[in-house]
Design a protein around this ligand. Structure first.
Ligand code: PLP
Length: 193
């Protein structure tokens, strides 16, 4: 499933806020798009700790993985650093550890790469860039593979696995199955913001 957003930064922000709460931790590249780095620093004010690693790869992720880790976030081709991430190796390492891999694939574009084929759980794009073609309009998109098993790690992802009183008491994973993550964004964050 996918959800269109009003900017790339909106897509990045909502992709993370959809599964984070105070006390949670994220592991992210330190050579990301500047706006994303600012966002990740700003999340600290809400009790979300971000560990920055110079490259998003197994050996550097491993020391920071804890039972509080809720996501690993990286850019497949960094903007502007152009560092390249091995999506398959990172995804294979994270799967079975209960941590979704969220990738920003803006620079690699959907024309050149489908990160879901390489195991990414959630993909975001700033569609203000190559997809737009001329950079004269702002937009973003979040694509969920539907492959991450939120229920298997329900204790970590309460927002998806416990009733949402603001939305008819629905449990997203029960009611929406593989669309749970996107359904929650639509029902909550898109309503709020
Ligand atoms: C531009 C960009 C963003 C932010 O997108 P906006 O549409 O400008 O909000 C996020 N990630 C990457 C990699 C970008 O290049």
């Amino acid at each position: 499933g996918g959800v269109a957003c009003s900017s790339g930064m909106s897509a990045v922000t909502l992709s993370l806020l959809n599964i984070l709460q105070a006390g949670d931790e994220v592991i992210a590249g330190s050579a990301l798009f500047g706006g994303t780095l600012d966002l990740l620093h700003d999340l600290e004010a809400f009790g979300i700790k971000v560990h920055f690693i110079p490259r998003v790869e197994k050996a550097l992720i491993e020391p920071f993985l804890t039972d509080k880790t809720r996501a690993v976030f990286g850019e497949i081709v960094g903007n502007p650093a152009l560092n390249v991430m091995d999506v398959r190796e990172t995804a294979d390492f994270l799967h079975g550890k209960g941590v979704p891999l969220i990738v920003d694939s803006t620079t690699s574009t959907p024309y050149l790469l489908n990160p879901i084929q390489y195991g990414a759980d959630v993909v975001v794009h700033s569609t203000s860039k190559y997809i737009n073609g001329s950079g004269d309009a702002i937009s973003g998109i979040i694509i969920d593979s539907g492959n991450f098993d939120w229920d298997a790690y329900g204790e970590k992802f309460h927002g998806l696995t416990r009733p949402d009183e603001s939305y008819h008491g629905i449990v997203y994973t029960e009611h929406f199955g593989k669309s749970a993550y996107i359904a929650k964004i639509n029902a909550q964050l898109m309503r709020d913001l």
